[in-house]
Structure formats: C-alpha cells, structure tokens
Write a protein that binds this ligand. Structure first.
Ligand code: MC0
Length: 153
C-alpha cells in the first residue's frame, strides 16, 4: 500500500547552487546527501515533514554525475525542473508486482538501492500519464526512520 509522498525528484545542473536556493528561499536544510553511481546522480535530500506512517517526505535534488545518465539526458531535453515523484510503501516488491499486473511497465525486475539505503523501482512515464513514478521502501521500518543510521550528511 502506498502511504505517502516519499519525495519529489528535481533535476538541476548545479546541486550546491540549488541547495542554496532552497535554503535561502524556504529555509530547508540538507538532511542527507550521497552519490548513487548506479543511477548516475549526486543528490541532496531536504526533509520537509514527517508523515502519519512514521516516514517522511523529502525534496530530492539531483545533479547528474555523467553525461549518459538518465537525469543528464532529461536535463538536456527539458532543462531544470521536476523529474519524478516517488510514493512510499512498506512493500515495494508486493506493490510493484500488483502494479505490473495492472499493465503498467515496472522498469526493474528487482528493486535497486536508492537514497539512504532504500529499495526503489520506477514505473514507465509513458504508462503513467507522462509522470516518471518511483516506489520506495525506506531502509528502516516505518516509525523508526531517521538519518543517524544512514550515514548522515
Ligand atoms: C524520460 N521521459 C520522461 C522522463 N524521462 N517523461 C517524464 N518524466 C521523465 N523523467 C520520456 C521521454 O521524454 C521520452 O518521451 C520517453 O520517456 C523515453 O525517454 P528517453 O529520453 O528516450 O530515455 P529512455 O527510454 O532511455 O529512458 C527513459 C526511462 C529512464 C524512464 C526508462 O529515464 C529511466 O530508466 N528512469 C528511471 C531511473 C532514473 O530516472 N534515475 C534517476 C533518478 P518521448 O515522447 O520523447 O518519446 S535516481 C533516484 O531518484 C534515486 C537515487 C532515488 O530516488 O533514491
């Protein structure tokens, strides 16, 4: 069951500059940052709020680390802006199988590793009304989410 907006992914060309915009304009601070080589991104997670299921919602700022990455391709075509939305679930395996059964293309056979050790998969934007959609199961069970065990900033 999808229980929250886990994050909104925003593609940018200069992560540090974009982090500074969100800090100076809204007061959001970086909760966690990392490089995900498999996905070809350097990212900063800005925690916006906790949620009823014990999880949280974030803005995820994404800068490509290589020119052939999906985010680099997307930036070249569209410029900076909202790249994807992500729904949180306690069961990414079960939910992606259920959604696949409805005829929506799930991009990975098995979930891969996302932010803060989460397990993630993506749904094809062409099957989701033009919205690249991600499903996320946090590394820690709902109710125990926090950045201490994820390596922090
Ligand atoms: C591509 N398309 C999109 C899109 N990316 N539509 C909406 N939102 C997006 N973000 C559209 C293109 O405009 C194109 O439409 C069609 O999909 C095919 O795109 P393409 O540029 O030819 O590229 P493909 O087919 O090679 O790849 C598209 C695909 C790819 C969605 C399969 O981007 C992908 O695998 N994405 C999932 C992984 C990802 O995005 N990782 C980065 C975030 P037209 O009409 O022109 O044919 S990593 C992340 O977020 C992790 C770290 C985390 O959350 O923890």
């Amino acid at each position: 069951m999808l229980t929250r907006i886990d994050h909104i992914g925003i593609a940018c060309r200069d992560l540090d500059k974009t982090v500074e915009f969100y800090r100076a304009t809204y007061g959001f601070e970086v909760f966690h940052s990392e490089v995900n080589e498999e996905q070809g991104v350097r990212e900063a997670m800005l925690r916006i709020n906790g949620t009823d299921d014990g999880g949280a919602s974030y803005l995820q700022l994404l800068e490509p680390t290589r020119p052939d990455s999906t985010v680099a391709k997307w930036l070249e075509k569209n410029g900076e802006g909202v790249h994807h939305i992500a729904f949180g679930t306690a069961d990414v395996d079960g939910d992606s199988e259920a959604i696949r059964g409805k005829g929506v293309r799930v991009l990975y056979d098995e979930p891969r590793i996302g932010s803060m050790g989460s397990r993630i998969t993506f749904l094809h934007p062409k099957d989701c009304g033009g919205v690249l959609t991600e499903l996320v199961t946090s590394a820690q069970p709902a109710g125990h989410e926090g950045h201490g065990a994820h390596g922090g900033h």
